[in-house]
Design a protein around this ligand. Structure first.
Ligand SMILES: [Zn+2]
Length: 418
């Protein structure tokens, strides 16, 4: 099946419009959403959805956009499913004044970005480009990020909405749409109203290569180690002073390389000191702990404790406290209880002509938290690549395949229901 879009309302047309709207989030802000400008895109999405005839589309005070596509089939018992993308872009790289460029019929050459010719997208650094020969690539001009993460997902969901509304032959149950702010600063689901959403399953459209689907994330804890040293006048410190700064340094140096982000890949977990702050009397180290196997998080915390105990043997007047806090959990634990949620999406990608592949993410997604809030939510590809940087790119053809995947997925849920 081929899904055509009318000119002006294509997924590409929408994408090129959305990326020009600055929606960068800000981790240092305590307001909700963290930046008011994210609502600029939210308001546009609401008016576009309303123009399609989706009357309940709205944006709430926190900047979340909700909308419903009513069912168009007589079947009564189709579970409500939801598609979700985030509207913000990463704080790591400017998203102001994005100038998108379409590179038609890519032939494998290096792409020199005209706004800053030192920014060159090279085939050997972006091996996924090999699968894009003959496709149309979209990049920024080299001075900003592109924002395909996650405006590719937003454009794909918007185009899928338009097609579902305008083409009665695409049979589907009730579909819920959710666009979130502040995903990039880890607050994307803080104010989602799961009750209001009322969906049985969700899909984030925020993955990388076409055909890839992620049903597994890290499980994550944060740990804080506080070291209490012994302060003394430095002129008379001999035999008395136990500097908390130096103790902290020794503990960090003692961490095993084979449990570090620099020394791990694939399915290995790690312990990662992310911040350190201290004086002679007291010092603090913040860690993040990650593993696909939730039980191993405890082992990793114990490794930190062991390094602290060993180090402090040389500092008898000093002490430490270790505090561990859960951050998020591997969504696979939830998804395995509802295997058809992932199976239907794999089938949808196959029907879109893709080589469907299950992957795991060495990180978290909005879906990992949503899954534990009662909305099982794997992550489907959106086509975004090299995100959070000036060499970010996406292909038109991958975005079109993502739209096809959404439409097939809605039809598959309808087919399997009564
Ligand atoms: Zn994203």
């Amino acid at each position: 099946m081929i899904f055509n879009s009318e000119p002006g309302f294509t997924v590409t047309g929408r994408f090129l419009k959305y990326v020009t709207i600055d929606t960068q989030s800000d981790p240092s802000s305590s307001s909700i959403p963290s930046t008011e400008k994210q609502k600029d895109l939210g308001n546009i999405l609401v008016s576009e959805l309303q123009a399609m005839g989706i009357v309940d589309a709205d944006i709430d005070e926190y900047g979340y956009v909700y909308a419903t596509i009513p069912a168009n089939t007589a079947k009564q018992n189709i579970p409500v499913i939801c598609f979700c993308s985030h509207m913000d872009t990463a704080p790591d790289c400017s998203g102001t004044g994005v100038i998108p460029i379409v590179h038609k019929n890519y032939q494998g050459d290096d792409i020199i970005l005209p706004g800053d010719p030192s920014q060159i997208i090279k085939l050997k650094e972006h091996p996924d480009l090999k699968n894009q020969i003959g496709n149309d690539l979209i990049t920024a001009n080299g001075t900003t990020l592109l924002g395909a993460d996650n405006k590719a997902g937003v454009a794909e969901i918007m185009d899928a909405c338009y097609q579902m509304i305008s083409r009665p032959e695409i049979k589907h149950g009730k579909i819920r749409i959710l666009f979130t702010p502040d995903e990039e600063i880890g607050r994307g689901v803080d104010h989602v109203d799961i009750q209001k959403l009322g969906a049985y399953a969700g899909y984030t459209m925020d993955g990388e290569s076409a055909g890839n689907m992620e049903n597994e994330t890290f499980s994550a804890d944060g740990a804080t180690l506080v070291i209490n040293g012994v302060s003394a006048h430095p002129g008379f410190g001999k035999g008395k002073m136990e500097s908390a700064i130096k103790i902290a340094g020794q503990i960090v140096a003692a961490l095993p390389f084979e449990l570090s982000p620099e020394g791990t890949e694939n399915r290995d977990g790690f312990i990662h000191p992310v911040a350190i702050e201290g004086h002679v009397e007291t010092a603090r180290i913040d860690f993040i702990i990650r593993d696909f196997n939730e039980d191993k998080l405890t082992d990793h915390a114990n490794t930190i404790r062991k390094m602290a105990v060993e180090t402090l043997k040389r500092f008898p007047g000093s002490s430490f406290q270790l505090q561990v806090k859960p951050q998020y959990r591997n969504m696979k634990k939830i998804l395995d209880k509802h295997p058809h949620i992932v199976e239907y999406a794999m089938e949808a990608m196959k029907r879109a002509g893709l080589n469907a592949k299950l992957c795991s993410i060495r990180g978290g997604t909005d879906g990992s938290r949503l899954s534990f809030m009662g909305l099982p939510c794997p992550n489907i590809f959106a086509g975004e690549h090299a995100f959070h940087g000036k060499q970010e790119w996406v292909s038109v053809q991958d975005m079109q395949k993502a739209v096809e995947t959404i439409l097939h997925l809605c039809m598959i849920w309808e087919e399997h229901s009564e």
